[in-house]
Design a protein around this ligand. Sequence first.
Ligand SMILES: Nc1ncnc2c1ncn2[C@@H]1O[C@H](COP(=O)(O)OP(=O)(O)O)[C@@H](O)[C@H]1O
Ligand SMILES: O=C(CO)[C@@H](O)[C@H](O)COP(=O)(O)O
Length: 473
Amino acid sequence: MTLVAGIDSSTQSCKVVIRDLDTGAIVRSGRASHPDGTEVPPAAWWDALRAALDDAGGLEDVAAISVGGQQHGMVVLDDQGRVIRDALLWNDTRSAGAAEDLIAEFSAATLADRTGLVPVASFTSTKLRWLRDAEPENAARVAAVALPHDWLTWRLRGYGPADDSSLGPDLGELTTDRSDASGTGYWSPATGEYDRDLLVAALGHDAILPRVLGPGDSAGTGVAGYSTTADAVVGPGAGDNAGAALGLGAGEGDAVVSIGTSGTVFAVTPVPARDESGSVAGFADASGEFLPLVATLNAARVLDAIARVLGVTHDELGTLALAAEPGAGGAVLVPYFEGERTPNLPDATATLSGLTLASTTRENLARAAVEGMLCALADGVEAVRRQGLEPKRLLLVGGAAQNPAVQAIAAQVFDTPVEIPEPAEYVALGAAVQAAWALTGSRPAWDVQTVARPAPDHQPIIREQYRAAASAY
Ligand SMILES: Nc1ncnc2c1ncn2[C@@H]1O[C@H](COP(=O)(O)OP(=O)(O)O)[C@@H](O)[C@H]1O
Ligand SMILES: O=C(CO)[C@@H](O)[C@H](O)COP(=O)(O)O
C-alpha cells in the first residue's frame, strides 16, 4: 500500500492524517496542541508537528507529505535562517493602524486591484508594516519573510539555522503556494507575481520571498529522520482554507462554512474576486482556481467561552441551546470577543443584549452564543453572494460544526441548505490530496461522504434581531 500524509498546522493544534493513495482511506492520524496566544514562536509549531507525526505512527512508510497551515502569520528570518521574533498570527490585531496606513498610501481600490485584498490586521503586509514602525531593529534584520506553512515545509525538507538543521539556512529554498501567497498582501492572484513595491512599502526594504508553487508541484524531497527516506516527495502545501476546499472536493454551487478558531465562508471559482469594501478577500485556491473568502475572528471559541461560563461541556451547551426557542427569547450575543475582522472592528468587544428577567436563562444564553456566531457567518455568505456567487449548498466543517446544536441552528440561520460532511480534518485531508498530486502528477478523485442534511427551517427572526444589535457598532 502506498501512503501519503497531510498536515494541518492550525491555530490551536497540529493534525496529521495518513491516507491510502489508492482509495483515500485514512490509515492513521495524530495531533498535538499549539500554545495559546496571537504571538507564537514558530519552534512550537515544529515541535507540535513532530509530536503529531509521532502520534500518527511516524512517516517511515509514507511516500509523500504536504503541509496546510493557518494563513497570514508573519515568520521573519535573518540571513542565517534564524527566526527574528515570535510570529504574529492572523488573529493578532496590533497591526490595525498599519493596515489603515497602507490604505491611506495606496487606496483600497488600488490594493484590491493589485493584490485582491484590502488590508486588515490579519494580512502579512500589515504585520510587516507594524514591524517596520514598532521594531525597526528587527525589521532591518529581515532577510526573508515566510508564512507558517512555508517555514514548516522548509524545515521538513531539512533547511533551517546551521546548528538546528541538516541542510542549513538556504533561504532560496523557501517555497509557498498560490493560496497562501494570496494572503500576504504583496502577491497578485490575477498575475501570479509578487508585488515587490508593496513588500518594500510594508517592510521598508526588499527581502527574499518563497518561490510560489502551483498545484501538483513538488517543493522537493524530505530528509532522513524527518520524513520517510531522503526521497519522500514534499508537496507545495496550502493555506488552511484552500486545503479544506481541496479535501472536500468543493466545486461549483458549494460554499464552505468552516467553524474553527476562525469562522470562514469560501467558494472555489474560476475567476479572481475583487471587493473594494474589503469584506471578501480575493484569494487563490490550491487547485489552480480562486477562493473568495470571508473570515471572522470569533467562531468556535465563542462557544468555548460561553460553555466555560455556564460550566458545561460542548454537548451540554448544545442541549441547552436546543431547549430554547429560535431568537433566544430576544437575547442577542454579538460575539466580537477578539475584536473583529469582518466587519473590520479590531478594537470591538462582545455584547449581550435584549435580556429581560424572564429571558435570562442558561438555555437562552447558550442559544444566543450559537446564533450570534452563525449570524456573523451568514453575513459572510451574503458578502460572497454579492460577488455574483449563488451557493446551492453550504458545507459545514471545523471543530464546532461537529456540535448537533450548531448543525440544527445553522439550518435556521442560513437560507441555503446545509450539509454536514463526515467528521474529519479536511485541511489535513486536502494536504494529503496535494501530497498524492505531487507524487503521481494527477489530482486524486477521493470520495467525501455527507453524514447529515438538517431539514431547512429558516427562522428570519434570528438574523433580524442580530442585525439590529450589530448595527450599534
Ligand atoms: N462538539 C463541539 N462543539 C463546539 N465546539 C467544538 C466541538 N468540538 C471542538 N470544538 C471547538 O472547535 C475548535 C477547534 O476546531 P478546529 O477546526 O480544529 O480549529 P483550528 O483549525 O482553528 O485549530 C476548538 O475551539 C474546540 O473547542
Ligand atoms: O485568517 C484566516 C483566513 O484568512 C484564518 O482562517 C486562518 O487561516 C486560521 O484558520 P484556523 O486555524 O481557524 O482554521
